[in-house]
Design a protein around this ligand. Structure first.
Ligand SMILES: Nc1nc(=O)c2c([nH]1)NC[C@@H]1CN(c3ccc(C(=O)N[C@@H](CCC(=O)O)C(=O)O)cc3)C=[N+]21
Length: 283
């Protein structure tokens, strides 16, 4: 293996140590940061994520509540829970685990969350502010990706960042975050012609397509930083969108799955919750 391993788990626990101290300081000022997570239905993977978020909160001293609703819940009832949490002074952040059942309009749910408590950074106001470079909650996975690239010590400004994927929750915002850092950004997606031409030119390649082992060694430039956002379950095992065994031989730095972007996503969620609690202190 020639590539440097970017250890998300380790970086996440480093960050959580300093966040613990911030939480302590907030408590001395009489504010305990609080996060509410709403989970609809009982998808086992979603339940695992919600449990990890809860555990991470406990470890950091953040108050956390999970609200579990049956997958038959009406949109109106779900919106009612959000209204209550918007008004709840003990709650600084609200996360509704996505995806939602088909009978519920995801956009309406996201828009119901107060932008002041939008720790996912999914509300159109948060997205718009990020786009024009105003201070706001940054979406957790893209922000975690940026932190991991920073960890390698390479300069982002002027670099060619290629993003594979254009979802609203990862692909689009992660490209925007790197553009804000003065990178040159290319988006590739399912309609892209001659994708390899683009990926081979990337100094930083970010993969968020949801296809196991989609990126192979021939797709990557020697020495490139490769960030794997994919979480796929294949034969009961977790695997990313990057063929790790192949790509680690050509990349300069690479994230593993598991233990890469996932733990950083949760860490940035905690950071946003603390940021929100600080705003409560100031208000
Ligand atoms: N409103 C909303 N916000 C989200 O942030 C959100 C969401 N909905 N829906 C689902 C996705 C997925 N997601 C993950 C977070 C952590 C890991 C994580 O920590 N994964 C571990 C492995 C965990 C395992 O074993 O499954 C790792 O990669 O090492 C994975 C996935 C957040 N999401």
């Amino acid at each position: 293996m020639s590539a440097q391993l970017i250890n998300g788990k380790e970086l996440a626990s480093e960050k959580r140590e300093s966040m613990k101290k911030e939480v302590e300081m907030l408590k001395e000022q009489g504010v305990k940061p609080g996060l509410a997570v709403i989970l609809v239905g009982q998808d086992p993977a979603s339940e695992t994520y919600v449990r990890s978020k809860h555990r991470a909160c406990e470890n950091t001293g953040i108050h956390s509540v999970s609200i579990k609703l049956p997958d038959t819940v009406s949109e109106e009832e779900l919106l009612g829970h959000i209204d209550k949490l918007n008004e709840d002074d003990a709650i600084d952040g609200i996360l509704v685990q996505l995806p939602l059942p088909k009978h519920i309009n995801e956009d309406a749910v996201i828009e119901r969350i107060s932008p002041k408590k939008d720790v996912d950074g999914f509300h159109p106001i948060s997205v718009g502010k990020m786009m024009i470079g105003q201070e706001t909650f940054l979406p957790c996975t893209p922000h975690g990706v940026l932190e991991m690239v920073r960890k390698t010590g390479i300069e982002v400004s002027g670099k060619h960042v290629v993003v594979i994927g254009r979802s609203n929750i990862v692909g689009k915002p992660v490209g925007q975050l790197f553009l804000n850092e003065n990178a040159t950004v290319t988006y590739c997606h399912s309609r892209t012609q001659n994708m390899q031409k683009h990926t081979k030119d990337a100094d930083i390649l970010i993969v968020a397509v949801g296809i196991p082992k989609f990126v192979k060694d021939q797709d990557v430039k020697e020495g490139a930083v490769v960030i794997d956002v994919g979480i796929n379950r294949v034969d009961g095992k977790l695997c990313g969108d990057v063929d790790f065994e192949e790509v680690k031989e050509v990349a300069g730095a690479i994230t593993p799955v598991p233990g890469g972007v996932g733990p950083m996503t949760i860490t940035m969620l905690l950071e946003n919750t603390i940021q929100s609690a600080k705003a409560r202190v100031r208000s």
